[in-house]
Design a protein around this ligand. Structure first.
Ligand SMILES: [Zn+2]
Length: 247
């Protein structure tokens, strides 16, 4: 699925607006994952033994199903922030994620840079993704992660008005880089875990089982990195949690 011209131009326009924001001094609060300046967001709890695996941009088979198998093998529950347009296309897979006991959150319908969108568009992206998830799951959605980590006070306020708690992260795998490998992704995550523990915090790991540009993105390296983390951090020493443990 190639994006049509309008989508490409929209993405370029949004990227330009983000560049302007980045030069304005708001960039830290708008994009830094742990910044609380634009309003409270959930990052992690105060128990350094806790670790949350979070996966964005799905559902996206075959990778989501392989990930579900891997998590089941280790008896670990994770958090999935799903894109509404894929939820509409793959409702069965969404029910499988939930049926396996994982937590599901809102990641908007089309994955825009929310910090540069109008208030009405922000609200529509959040409300429509909620509706897509609630139609499929038959239960309310309580958590939201802004695409690209992009936010401003109005974004967080809209989320809260819809009953959504915004969630960020404090350990990143950089698994969107095109030539990365499972071991490199795992090494980035390990640095984030170590940094969080030094600060006396749990670790909230950001990974992807999908890609926001189209269904079918290859996430083999992200799944491989998840396997490495699960084998190194056995449940005996690590308490795997979903992000609702931190509110
Ligand atoms: Zn995303």
């Amino acid at each position: 699925m190639r994006p049509v011209r309008g989508q490409v131009l929209g993405a370029i326009a949004s990227a330009g607006a983000v560049a302007i924001l980045a030069g304005s001094g708001c960039a830290y609060a708008s994009l830094a994952p742990a910044s609380q300046l634009f309003g409270p967001t959930v990052v992690a709890g105060r128990d350094p033994a806790e670790l949350a695996l979070t996966f964005d941009d799905g559902p996206n088979d075959p990778w989501t199903s392989r990930l579900l198998d891997l998590l089941a093998l280790h008896r670990v529950q994770a958090t999935f922030f799903l894109i509404g347009k894929y939820v509409r296309q793959c409702p069965e897979l969404v029910r499988e994620i939930r049926g396996a006991g994982h937590l599901i959150g809102n990641h908007t319908v089309t994955h825009p840079w929310l910090a540069v969108e109008s208030p009405s568009r922000v609200r529509q992206e959040l409300a429509d993704c909620n509706r897509a998830l609630e139609d499929v799951l038959g239960e309310p959605v309580r958590f939201f992660r802004p695409p690209h980590g992009s936010r401003r006070p109005g974004v967080l306020q809209s989320a809260r008005e819809l009953g959504l708690t915004p969630v960020m992260w404090n350990a990143m795998g950089y698994d969107w880089r095109p030539d990365t490998t499972a071991s490199r992704i795992a090494a980035h995550l390990e640095r984030g875990i170590a940094r969080s523990r030094r600060r006396g915090r749990g670790a909230n790991l950001l990974l992807h089982d999908g890609g926001h540009l189209a269904l079918g993105a290859d996430r083999s390296q992200s799944i491989g990195a998840t396997r490495i983390i699960l084998e190194r951090h056995r449940p005996a020493q690590t308490r795997y949690v979903t992000v609702d443990a931190w509110v």
